[in-house]
Design a protein around this ligand. Structure first.
Ligand SMILES: C[S@@+](CC[C@H](N)C(=O)[O-])C[C@H]1O[C@@H](n2cnc3c(N)ncnc32)[C@H](O)[C@@H]1O
Ligand SMILES: [Zn+2]
Length: 299
């Protein structure tokens, strides 16, 4: 299933190493992940979320504030995979971060006896190192989603949770009968936080359906809209895991963190997509990593 990032030949696993027929080899890190990120596919020395953001995200997610998002994704996945049985379903979490949603879906599928191989991929080494602690049964990879090292059209389920969407890359990866789940922030996600931080807060809906439209048919949308009540330490973690922090003054941050409970609106869209038949796909050349229309609002 895995392919060599240098020559695109299949990779075979021998103990703690992946190797292709052209003798390119990749050693397993001591934490358990494989690094398939070529230097040429890096935008910076340490791309993706940094260690502090990863730690904050992990602490925030462990607080359970987004558990209903994870539960809804899991139910959608179980429903789809039970109706579209494969001998072994291939599942990918693209931009998995520190692995909260990945591990919970893996456990839910195992509980439902759905046989699967699970891959969690992120460009941030810090995020993947942290993810390794969540499960030893998931194939954790440091790689670029835009050059994801998998056989073409091999994934029965791909989840893309709060990441930039790369529809052309997703179309290359998704099995003809597969599904892509996109979680994105609705217009009023973290409404009170934006109102506290910005003079003119923007409440704009991110249009995942339009971004995916060239290659994917929209199947289903479920919107989660609820209020979470954050204790002080969770507010601190939420601020530290998103770029909102960089845009707000220390005084505003202190003010938010001083509140014993901070009530914040959560508004999330979960969209499910299937691949359009080849004859209906629209081919266009675009650099998806640079296309700002595909950038999701901060989560
Ligand atoms: C907002 S976080 C979401 C992480 C996780 N899905 C979650 O919701 O907890 C975005 C993630 O995308 C990763 N990322 C950014 N660009 C990427 C790329 N080109 N390939 C793979 N991962 C990428 C970042 O390192 C970060 O972990
Ligand atoms: Zn190779």
């Amino acid at each position: 299933m895995l392919t060599c990032p240098v020559c695109q030949s299949p990779l075979a696993r021998q103990d703690r190493q992946l190797r292709c027929d052209n003798n390119h080899s990749y050693d397993q890190a001591k934490q358990g992940y494989f690094n398939l990120l070529l230097n040429t596919a890096k935008s910076s020395k340490q791309p993706g979320d940094n260690a502090a953001m990863v730690q904050a995200r992990s602490a925030f997610l462990n607080g359970g504030h987004y558990q209903s998002i994870s539960d809804t994704i899991n139910q959608l996945a179980i429903d789809h995979l039970l109706q579209n049985a494969q001998s072994t379903s291939q599942i990918l979490d693209l931009g998995c971060g520190e692995g909260y949603y990945t591990e919970r879906l893996h456990t839910a599928l195992s509980d439902h006896q759905i046989t699967h191989d699970f891959y969690g991929l992120d460009i941030s080494k810090d995020a993947v190192k942290s993810a390794c602690k969540r499960s030893k049964d998931i194939n954790w990879l440091v790689a670029n989603a835009n050059h994801a090292p998998f056989k073409k059209n091999s994934m029965h389920l791909i989840m893309n949770v709060f990441n930039r969407i790369m529809p052309k890359a997703l179309a290359q990866l998704c099995h003809e009968e597969g599904r892509v789940f996109i979680a994105s922030a609705g217009a009023y996600h973290l409404q009170q936080l934006k109102e506290a931080i910005y003079t003119t807060p923007k409440f704009v809906e991110f249009d995942a359906i339009a971004v995916m439209n060239d290659d994917f048919k929209h199947e289903h949308r479920q919107t989660l809209d609820f209020t979470m009540s954050l204790p002080e330490d969770s507010t601190k973690h939420l601020l530290a895991m998103t770029p909102h922090t960089w845009r707000s003054s220390p005084e505003i941050q202190q003010g938010l963190m001083a509140q014993e409970r901070l009530d914040l609106r959560v508004q999330i869209n979960l969209d499910s997509f299937s691949l359009k038949p080849i004859s209906e796909r629209i081919y266009g050349v675009q650099d998806e990593a640079q296309n700002d229309n595909n950038e999701q609002p901060d989560i």
